[in-house]
Design a protein. Structure first.
Length: 598
C-alpha cells in the first residue's frame, strides 16, 4: 500500500482515492506545479493536505474565505492534524502564537488569507520556515475573466520568487479554457500539469417546474426535506423576507439573508445555518460564496438566476459531501419578463447586453428541455455525456409532448390581432373569451380570436406562451410591461409551414426513485435522529459545526453497517484513528440502544 493511501485510511478514514486525487498527490510530492480543476465536492482539499502530511515541513494554503478556513482547520484538528490559520479574525496575540508555532516547525498546514500572506513581515517569517508546498484555493479569483475576481490574488505571483522551488498548486471548481490559462500565467506557475476533472455533480438531482403557486410548490418540495438544511434563493430582499417569514409560519426553521440586513444579523443567521441541523436559509445570491457546509441537501430557486453559469454555481452549493441532494427550481413567464427587463435596464453597454440576453436565452432553453437535463447542462459547459443520467426530472418523469401547432397559431394570431401591445395575461383572457374590463375597454371581445382558445385552461395557455417565448416565436418588449411581439420565425408557424411539438405540463411530481435518495427504514430514522442529536451536542460543546464531527454519510454508513465493536467502526467511511478514539464508544453505545428486534 502506498504511503498516501495508508494515510488516507488512517487519518481520514476513507477507503480509496477519488478521481485524480492519487495522481495529483503523487505529482505534487515530486515537487512540480499543478493546476487542479475539480467540481465542488470532488475532494480538492486532500490534494494538498495529504502531500503536506507526507512530507516534512509546512504546507501553506491560500484561501480567500475566512469562515471556511476556520472550519477546515477545526476539521483537521478533529482528525489529529497540526493546523492553524492566519487572518484578520485573529487578535494580535493569537497571530503571534501561530507565527511562533510556524517558526518552531510545529505545524503541518497553515491556512492564510492572501492579503495577510503578502504582508512583508509574513513573507519574511514564512520564507525562513521549511515550506513543503503552497496551495492556492479558489484560484479563479486571480482572473478578471472568471467570476469573483479579487485584487489580492494578483500579487500572488510573488510567491514564485519568495519560495523558489516550492511546488505550487492552483485549485478551482470553475474555470473555462481562458480562465485556466489566465490562472497559470498570473500565478506564474512553472510548467504546471493540468488536472481537469469532469464538471458533473452526479449526486445532484436537477428539476425545474413551471411556476403555478410557488409557495404551495415549495412546501410540497420541502416535505421531502423536513430534516435537512438547504438554501432557498429569491431575487429581491423583499421576497427573501416574505418567504422566510412564511416558511417560519409553516413550521420550518427558516432564516433570511440579504445585503440589507445588518452585518451582525447576517453573521448570526449564517452561523445558525452552519451549526444547526435542518436550518433553511432564504437568501439573495449574496449568500453562498464561502459557504462550505457539506450537508446542504437542497438548493431551491424561486426566481430565475441570470445565466447557466450562475445557476450551476448556486446549485453547486448542494451536496458537497457526495450524498444525494436536490437542485429544484420553479419559473414562469413573469420571471422571463423580469430578468429580461433587468438586462435592458442595466447600465451595461450594448455588447454586454447582447451577451447577457444570450445567457438568459440559454438558461430558458434549458428550463424547457425535453431530454436529460444533465446531458444538456454538461453540454453547455462543453462536456459530452453519452447516456441520459437517470437522476434528473426529465429522466425520472419523461415529459409528454403534444402537437401544439394549432394552439400556437391561435396564440400568435391573438397577439397579432390585439396589436402586439399586451402581456400574456391579457392575450390569454381574450383567447379564453373572458369578459374582463380591460378586454371590453379595448374592444377585444369583438376580435375574431376572442374565445377561440376556450378549450385550454389559464395554466395551459401560460405554458404555451412560455414555450413560444423560449423557442423564439414571441419576444418580450421590455419597455412596455412585457408586451409580446411576433418574431420573424412566427411567420412560418402561422402559415403552417412548420409544426411545433410542445411539452405538456407534468401533473403532480411523482415519487422519486428510491435508489437516489438517502432512504432509511422507519426504525432507522429514530437511530439517525439519535445519532444526529449526539453529534449536535458534541459539536456545540466544542463550538464547531456538526459536520466537522461526522458527515451525514458517516452516520448513514453506521446505520447500514451496524458496527458491533469499536474496531468495526474503522470500516465506516469517514472514521479514522483519531475520531475512533474520541467518539467511537459514544456512537457505538447509541447504536446498541437501537438494535433491531431479532
Ligand atoms: P472540494 O474542495 O473539491 O469541494 P472537499 O475537499 O471539501 O471538496 O471534499 C468534499 C467531500 O468529499 C468532503 O466531505 C471530503 O471529506 C470527501 N472526500 C474527499 N475525498 C474523499 C475520498 N477519497 N473518499 C471519500 N470521501 C472523500
Ligand atoms: Zn437526466
Amino acid at each position: 500500500m502506498s504511503d498516501a493511501l495508508e494515510l488516507l485510511r488512517r487519518i481520514y478514514g476513507f477507503d480509496q482515492f477519488r478521481g485524480q486525487q492519487a495522481e495529483i498527490i503523487d505529482h505534487v510530492c515530486q515537487g512540480d506545479d499543478a493546476l487542479v480543476l475539480m467540481p465542488t465536492g470532488g475532494g480538492k482539499s486532500l490534494c494538498y493536505q495529504i502531500p503536506a502530511l507526507l512530507q516534512p515541513g509546512l504546507g501553506i494554503v491560500v484561501s480567500p474565505l475566512i469562515a471556511l478556513m476556520r472550519d477546515q482547520v477545526a476539521a483537521l484538528h478533529e482528525v489529529g492534524v497540526a493546523a492553524a490559520y492566519l487572518n484578520s479574525s485573529l487578535d494580535p496575540s493569537e497571530q503571534q502564537r501561530v507565527m511562533t508555532a510556524v517558526a518552531a516547525g510545529e505545524l503541518d498546514l497553515l491556512y492564510v488569507a492572501p492579503e495577510r500572506l503578502l504582508r512583508e513581515d509574513t513573507l519574511a517569517s514564512l520564507s525562513r520556515a521549511d515550506v513543503s508546498l503552497i496551495a492556492i484555493d479558489e484560484a479563479h479569483c486571480v482572473s478578471s475573466w472568471g467570476h469573483d475576481f479579487r485584487q489580492d490574488y494578483l500579487e500572488l505571483h510573488r510567491l514564485a520568487e519568495v519560495f523558489p522551488g516550492v511546488p505550487r498548486l492552483a485549485l478551482t471548481a470553475t474555470a473555462d479554457e481562458r480562465t485556466r490559462e489566465d490562472i497559470i500565467s498570473r500565478l506564474a506557475l512553472h510548467q504546471p500539469k493540468r488536472f481537469v476533472g469532469g464538471f458533473d455533480r452526479p449526486n445532484i438531482c436537477y428539476s425545474v417546474q413551471p411556476k403555478t403557486d410557488a409557495r404551495k410548490q415549495l412546501r410540497e418540495f420541502l416535505g421531502e426535506h423536513s430534516k435537512h438544511s438547504g438554501i432557498v434563493y429569491c431575487l429581491s430582499r423583499k421576497s427573501v423576507e416574505a418567504t422566510a417569514e412564511w416558511l417560519h409560519g409553516q413550521g420550518f426553521d427558516a432564516l433570511p439573508y440579504h445585503a440589507g440586513l445588518s452585518t451582525e444579523e447576517r453573521n448570526r443567521n449564517q452561523e445558525c445555518f452552519l451549526r444547526d441541523d435542518a436550518v433553511i436559509m432564504v437568501a439573495t445570491v449574496a449568500f453562498g460564496m464561502g459557504i462550505d457546509k457539506p450537508d446542504v441537501r437542497f438548493v431551491a430557486h424561486l426566481d430565475l438566476p441570470k445565466s447557466m453559469e450562475a445557476y450551476y454555481q448556486e446549485t453547486g452549493r448542494a451536496g458537497r459531501d457526495g450524498q444525494p441532494a436536490d437542485a429544484w427550481m420553479v419559473y414562469g413567464l413573469q420571471d422571463v419578463v423580469r430578468v429580461s427587463r433587468m438586462v435592458e435596464e442595466s447600465q451595461a453597454d450594448e455588447n454586454h447586453k447582447r451577451i447577457d440576453r444570450a445567457k438568459i436565452d440559454a438558461l430558458l432553453g434549458w428550463c424547457e428541455v425535453t431530454a436529460c437535463r444533465r446531458q444538456q447542462l454538461l453540454a453547455y459547459f462543453g462536456e459530452f455525456m453519452p447516456q441520459p443520467c437517470g437522476n434528473c426530472d426529465i429522466c425520472l418523469r419523461p415529459p409528454v409532448t403534444w402537437d401544439g401547432t394549432e394552439a400556437a397559431q391561435k396564440a400568435l394570431s391573438c397577439v397579432y390581432r390585439t396589436g402586439q401591445r399586451f402581456g400574456a395575461g391579457h392575450v390569454i383572457d381574450v383567447l379564453r373569451g373572458q369578459q374582463r374590463d380591460k378586454v371590453q375597454k379595448f374592444g377585444h371581445d369583438q376580435l375574431s380570436t376572442f374565445g377561440i382558445g376556450a378549450a385550454y385552461s389559464d395554466n395551459q395557455w401560460r405554458s404555451i406562451f412560455r414555450q413560444l417565448v423560449v423557442r423564439g416565436f414571441l419576444s418580450v418588449e421590455h419597455g412596455q410591461f412585457g408586451a409580446l411581439r411576433l418574431t420573424q420565425s412566427a411567420r412560418g408557424l402561422l402559415r403552417g409551414e412548420t409544426t411545433l411539438q410542445l411539452r405538456e405540463e407534468p401533473d403532480k411530481p411523482k415519487k422519486r426513485r428510491a435508489s437516489v435518495r438517502i432512504e432509511l427504514e422507519l426504525e432507522d430514522e429514530d437511530l439517525m435522529d439519535a445519532l444526529r442529536e449526539t453529534r449536535r451536542e458534541i459539536a456545540s460543546a466544542h463550538g464547531i459545526p456538526p459536520y466537522v464531527i461526522f458527515h451525514d454519510a458517516t452516520l448513514v454508513d453506521m446505520i447500514q453497517q451496524r458496527p458491533q465493536r469499536v474496531e468495526d467502526l474503522l470500516q465506516i467511511s469517514g472514521i479514522g484513528q483519531a475520531k475512533l478514539e474520541k467518539y467511537g464508544q459514544i456512537f457505538l453505545d447509541i447504536i446498541h440502544q437501537f438494535q433491531p428486534a431479532r
